[in-house]
Design a protein around this ligand. Structure first.
Ligand code: NAD
Length: 369
């Protein structure tokens, strides 16, 4: 059997710095766990614009469609702020998501014990927290037509966006939430605004349908999204998997993620339909951006990207045990007090550099054997 394939698109700013550390981790799994990946690298974002005049070339798009998983760093930066909207770095990312049809966005909110003090909530509320938000990523109000700003013919204007979901769009993201729940705490909470939105009523009915027909063994509850926001900061540990639409997911996942501390620790996965080999089309990336303020200074925390690779091991390559090994290695490093600057407070001493953090994770992996 041929080796599984990965495409690394490191992108802009701190992207290449953090992806260098991920590459070391990938190589470690090849050398020590017999998990050899065929890895290729290419350009996305501003660096692709510099090279090709667009933020993602057709050749790179074709490569992304051909591999088992894409690992992305970050895109964007002040150098590209004045570019036309159509060639901005972010368009490269959007093209990948759209053409790979990555409809299910997974954002874990997991609190590492060693970082519980970093949460804005009380330690006992977040210690041991481990929830997963599944956000629909390719439809809803961000894409629905009609949209635009029109004249109201009375001297004013009207801004229009349309929330629109089809049966199929709801069912497929619901399935991905139920599948995840089966591998975790077996609970799904679906969030919408069925009290005031027809699209919310359809969302609730279709999620319930998928549950009743295909996943009756998983516990399902429904919650209005505004109450969901409240519950997330009141008692987040009541949740296992939350499934919600694009707009509510955007907000709720940011809120949940911040329960756990720094942006430098947050991974994500975006999954699509299964490919011919049964693996989902997939892209893994840290939640953070290109961090131009710290680029080139060795200050970036590589953990979000390393933990994104752990998600790839689990969701693309069915290597849950190895994913857990990698997550445990990150946890060990933090417990040992190794911290990049974003995980420190004034007076905490000298921070670890990006490379030192990566090396510490490798050492912890080595010690896990
Ligand atoms: P950002 O996530 O890049 O940075 C926000 C803050 O968090 C900064 O102070 C930064 O130094 C810090 N930070 C981020 N990642 C870190 C890490 N790994 N380690 C330590 N500190 C980290 O968001 P921003 O400043 O709003 O945006 C900067 C650029 O990134 C913009 O061009 C934006 O469009 C782009 N962006 C890209 C993505 C993406 O590629 N997915 C996401 C968000 C923003």
């Amino acid at each position: 059997m041929s080796n599984p394939t990965l495409l690394i698109l490191a992108g802009d700013g701190i992207g290449p710095e953090v992806m260098t550390e991920v590459r070391k981790v990938i190589d470690w799994f090849g050398a020590k766990r017999d998990l050899v990946f065929d890895v290729s690298e290419d350009l996305v974002g501003g660096v692709a614009y510099d090279a090709h005049g667009k933020p993602l070339s057709d050749e790179t798009m074709a490569k992304a469609m051909a591999v088992d998983a894409v690992l992305l760093g970050a895109v964007g930066g002040p150098k590209y702020d004045e570019l036309d909207f159509s060639v901005k770095p972010e368009r490269g990312l959007l093209r990948l998501r759209k053409e790979m049809d990555l409809f299910s966005n997974l954002r874990p909110a997991q609190c590492f014990d060693a970082l519980a003090d970093f949460s804005s909530l009380k330690k006992e509320i977040v210690t041991g927290l481990d929830i997963m938000i599944v956000r629909e990523l390719t439809s809803g109000v961000y894409f629905g037509e009609p949209r635009g700003i029109i004249d109201d013919n009375e001297g004013g204007r009207i801004g229009v966006n349309t929330q629109r979901y089809t049966t199929n769009e709801i069912r497929r993201v619901a399935r991905s939430a139920f599948e995840l729940a089966k591998k975790r705490g077996n609970k799904v909470c679906s969030m919408e605004k069925a009290n005031v939105m027809e699209s919310g009523i359809l969302w609730r009915e279709e999620v319930q349908w998928v549950h009743d027909v295909e996943y009756p063994e998983v516990e399902l509850s429904h919650m209005y999204a505004d109450n969901g926001a409240m519950q997330l900061v009141r008692m987040p540990k009541q949740f296992d998997v939350i499934v919600t639409d694009n707009l509510f997911g955007d907000i709720l996942s940011d809120c949940a993620a911040m329960l756990t501390g720094s942006l430098g620790m947050l991974p994500s996965a975006s999954l699509g339909a299964p490919m011919e080999n049964g693996r989902p089309r997939a892209m893994y990336e840290p939640v953070h951006g290109s961090a131009p303020d710290i680029t080139g200074k060795g200050l970036a925390n590589p953990c979000a990207s390393i933990l994104s690779f752990a998600m790839a091991l689990r969701y693309s390559f069915d290597q849950g045990d190895e994913a857990t090994r990698l997550e445990a290695a990150v946890e060990t490093v933090l417990a040992d007090g190794v911290r990049t600057a974003d995980l420190m407070q004034a007076g905490d001493g000298t921070p670890a550099s990006t490379t030192e953090m990566g090396d510490a994770v490798l050492a912890a992996l080595e010690a896990s054997l």
